[in-house]
Structure formats: structure tokens, C-alpha cells
Design a binder for this molecule. Sequence first.
Ligand SMILES: Cc1cc2nc3c(=O)[nH]c(=O)nc-3n(C[C@H](O)[C@H](O)[C@H](O)COP(=O)(O)OP(=O)(O)OC[C@H]3O[C@@H](n4cnc5c(N)ncnc54)[C@H](O)[C@@H]3O)c2cc1C
Length: 367
Amino acid sequence: MKTLIVGAGIAGLATARALELKGFEVDIVERHTASPTAGQGLFLPGNATRALAILGILEEVLKIAFPIDAQRILTSRGVVVNEVATQTVWGDCGPCLALPRAKLIDALRKSLRTTRISYGMSVKATRLRNGVREVQFNDDSIGDYDLVIGADGIRSVLREESLGGAVPRPLGMCCWRLAVENPNQVDAWTAMLGKKRTLLAIPMSSSELYIYADCPTAEFGDGSIRVLKEHFSSFGNPLGTIIANLDEKTVAHTATLEEIPPCRFIGDRIVLVGDAAHACSPSMAQGAGMALEDAIVLANCLARNGQTDRPLEEFYMRRIERVDWVRQQCHARDKLRSASDLVRNLVLRHFGTSLYSRSYRPLTKNL
Ligand SMILES: Cc1cc2nc3c(=O)[nH]c(=O)nc-3n(C[C@H](O)[C@H](O)[C@H](O)COP(=O)(O)OP(=O)(O)OC[C@H]3O[C@@H](n4cnc5c(N)ncnc54)[C@H](O)[C@@H]3O)c2cc1C
């Protein structure tokens, strides 16, 4: 089966790995000229690390990731309102880890044996012709494929151009993401919640901390470090001083938070995986986990059913419930985050652990 994967992010590389494990050979095209070398951190909950184990690369990732044994939520003044021992919820599913995104991409890329990756090559359009998918590339060359897998991220050309296109929906928030040293020795996933503001720190190693901060889009201004410092100037320790001490020249990645509305992410000889199919708000930290799971389920469906419409339909049916659940839980978390300090702190203090369990428990079930 001649298969093309569009995009060499987490979803594309993981799909190639999963297909290789089932004996398929695939080609990947990636519009950038190389894998990313720098960037943001990733928190990987237990279902993501279980998927890495199935893909055979958990051992490698354990060597380069930091174990996250606790998730702690504090008020903006630094009072703890909830703490969850991650193992109590994820159990045997898998450990929770954090690492730089570029390192996960590197580990996935190095796991590939037969996949050919063409960097600096992008897909402009596809169409069905004589029972195959004809793909038009950026250099105007054309290729015919039995299956095209769109792993091309939230702004997926394939979704918008070949699958009749759901467009990303803004969630009204913008964010900063950056890596800093870990002066206060933050040793757990630590979120501080203020009025319509979240400040999150996740250790990626004993010395390196990944910082995520967000605020309403209307207050994001030019997204500079100066604005970030202003917005979080009233936050206490452990994270407030880290922001206060930031050099204004620090490089941060900024983004508008968006999601893909519910859409049918399969078509004739075409299927979407990862953010292209179901990008969500980052509140559940499920982006990588869902992409890795898509890869495994799609490869299983293709290995069982061969190249007909059936494997794609089966893939859709097996993923849609989880996709809907994660989207719905992201909305619930975002709603709680934007509630008044009083209500939010009360809810988290009394029900934080059971809400955490309830939202993640379905994801601990086998794929
Ligand atoms: C603020 C924020 C925080 C997050 N935090 C977490 C977290 O802690 N944990 C977690 O699991 N997830 C997190 N996520 C989500 C996670 O980053 C994504 O879900 C994940 O990276 C998606 O991977 P992907 O491969 O689907 O898409 P992408 O990473 O977007 O990769 C798509 C690839 O396709 C390429 N491409 C695009 N168009 C074309 C084309 N036409 N032709 C060829 N190539 C193309 C792109 O260059 C890119 O390399 C976060 C997201 C945000 C916004």
C-alpha cells in the first residue's frame, strides 16, 4: 500500500513508527527543512507514556524525561488548594513525564528504520482520481497514493482542502511558553491560578523548567515579556519571582489558543491524525497522547483490514468517543479556570482530586 504521511510532528512520526511495526513502508513530507531543535516543553500523562511503550520507545524517553509524581494547584498568592499524586490515578497505565518537545520528536525520528522523510517539501492539494489520491506538492510535482495521512497540525491543509474543512476556533485566550532555569527547585507540575490568568511550571530536568502562562486575548497586547511580567506581577512564590526576574529579552513562544470543532476526520483514501483531526485547548495536556494513540489505533486498523474504506471507518469509530471526551473535559477545565477565585478555589479544595480522576480515568482504559 503506497502511503504518504503529511507532517513530521509527533503525530506524523508516531504514525510512521506504528505502521513500520506492522510491516508497512511509508513516505513522510515535512514543509520545514529540519526537525525543531528548540521549543516548548510537553507534559505527558500516563496514557501518552503507555502509547510510547507500545511504540517501543518508552525506555529511550525515560532516559531524557523528568518524572512528574505530583500535580499541585495553588492560588495566585501561593496557597496550595489541591495536590494529586499522579500514580494514584494513572496506576499501571504509565508514568507521567515531562520533557522538551524537540527531544520527543528526536526520539520518534530515531526510532524509524524504513520511512523516508523529505524535509522542505509540502503538500498543496489532493484529489481523488481513478481510485487513488493524487497529491500535488509545493514544487508542482504530483504523486499517486493508496492512502494519505494528514498529520499536518491545527492548520491542516488536508482538512481544509480535501475534507471540506472545519476551521480552527479561537478560545479567547493567548499564551506564552518558555524554558527557564529552575532557581526555586520546583519539583512537581505546579499551576498558580489567578483571575483569568494561569501560570504553570513543569520541571523538564533537575535544572530546567518549562513555563506556560495565559491571559484573555484582549489583554495579551504585543505578547512581549514586559506584558507577561505586568500580568503576573501580583503572583506570589514559588512562580511569581521567576516571572519577575525574567529578562525582557527572553525568547518566548506565543500563541492564540484554538480548537478544531467536531469534524469527520476521514474521507476517501484520506485520514487525519493528531492536531489536524482534533486539536484542543491544552488544559488536559492530551495533544501528544492523543496523537500517539491515533498512530497505534490507525496502524492496528490498517493491519487488520488492508486497503479498503473499512479500516478508516473503524479508526474513526474507535477514536471518536475519546476525542469527544477530551474536548468536553478541556471545556470543563477552561470554564472552571475562568470562574471567580472564590468558587474555583472552593471547588478545587473540596473536589479537585475527584475531578482530576474523573476526567482522566476513561483515558486509562486500553485503546
Ligand atoms: C500552549 C500549548 C501547550 C501544550 N501543551 C501540551 C502538553 O503539555 N502536553 C501535550 O501532550 N500536548 C500539549 N500541547 C499540544 C501538542 O503540542 C500538540 O497536540 C502536538 O504537538 C500535535 O502534534 P501534531 O504532530 O499533530 O501537530 P504539529 O506539531 O503541529 O505538527 C504538524 C507538522 O506538519 C507540518 N506541516 C503542516 N502543513 C504541512 C504541509 N502542507 N505539508 C507538509 N508538512 C506540513 C508542520 O510543519 C509540522 O511539523 C500543547 C499545545 C499548546 C498550543
